[in-house]
Ligand binder design. Structure first.
Ligand SMILES: Nc1ncnc2c1ncn2[C@@H]1O[C@H](COP(=O)(O)OP(=O)(O)O)[C@@H](O)[C@H]1O
Ligand SMILES: [Mg+2]
Length: 270
């Protein structure tokens, strides 16, 4: 459904950042793109939405190509993006109006707006906050409002670009849960992050370093290369470090243990 075909891109006056990058995302997939700060994650996101156009190669979404001006409208309808900081985007005075505003912008049928907005708010657990002021919400609630606004427009692909990175652990967990539920409902999810623990719910992980994809696989596969991950300036999760330390000390622990419950279980059995 989404294809990067030998895509290269560089910002004006700079060396090429993205060099002949190719990957595909299937319909309904949950993909994580993991990379340290400055590795090119947001650039990739902007190339997907057509905000940036490749200097070489092409990005296609279904039958549309971002390079074609006449396709951009359709692409933006298919792809929704949630940024790090929802707050910058709020313009109305209630959560409900915020969702309605987005629908008005795409000329959604007026008679269906209310039910559509309510359904979207319900999906992210924000319906009870409909009359609240967006600016007074917690970080996680703000992000969920932003997600509802996008969701109401019924995209096929949702990109979360570091959407959890400003949140406290609880807010982070809630957003991850929303992503999981949307994936279960059939949406294609692309989760961009620099937090390794967050990629555990993904089906597949791409690791980005200096604008290039340097590793690809399931979370379990990727976590098995902790030496490499450190080279890419990624913080290896505690569970993986503990697992490796314990294996070195002679504990019989399988090398695909990636969460704390599995680790505890293995230690007890060992
Ligand atoms: N608008 C821009 N103009 C020039 N350089 C940029 C611009 N946006 C990003 N860059 C540079 O491109 C590199 C990758 O940035 P970005 O894609 O934002 O990385 P990430 O999202 O992984 O932190 C960085 O070195 C950054 O300085
Ligand atoms: Mg970024």
């Amino acid at each position: 459904m989404l294809t990067f075909n030998q895509v290269s891109f560089g910002y004006p006056g700079q060396e090429e950042l993205i060099q002949k990058v190719s990957f595909q995302v299937e319909k309904g997939e949950f993909l994580s793109i993991l990379g340290s700060n400055g590795s090119g994650k947001s650039t990739i996101a902007k190339l997907i939405t057509g905000l940036l156009i490749p200097t070489k190669g092409e990005v296609t979404i279904g039958k549309y190509v971002t390079e074609k001006k006449q396709d951009l409208h359709s692409i933006r309808k298919k792809v929704g993006i949630i940024f790090q900081n929802a707050e910058d985007q709020f313009i109305t005075s209630t959560v409900f109006d915020e969702v309605i505003f987005g629908l008005e912008n795409i000329q959604y049928p007026p008679e269906e707006m209310k039910s559509c907005a309510e359904a979207a708010l319900h999906k992210v657990g924000m319906l009870d906050f409909s009359e609240h002021e967006p600016h007074r919400l917690s970080g996680g609630q703000k992000q969920r409002t932003a997600i509802a606004s996008i969701l109401a427009m019924k995209p096929e692909i949702m990109i979360f670009d570091e959407s959890t990175s400003m949140l406290d652990p609880q807010g982070r967990k809630q957003i991850m849960q929303v992503m999981k539920e949307l994936h279960e409902e059939g949406l294609t999810i692309i989760h961009i992050t620099h937090h390794m623990e967050e990629v555990l719910s993904a089906e597949r992980v791409l690791i980005l370093n200096e604008g290039n994809i340097v590793m690809e696989g399931t979370p379990k596969m990727v976590f098995n290369h902790s030496d490499k991950l450190q080279e890419y300036h990624l913080e290896v999760p505690f569970v993986i470090k503990a697992r490796e330390g314990l294996i070195k000390r002679g504990f019989q622990i399988k090398d695909d243990v990636i969460n704390i419950d599995e680790l505890v279980e293995s230690i007890c059995r060992s």
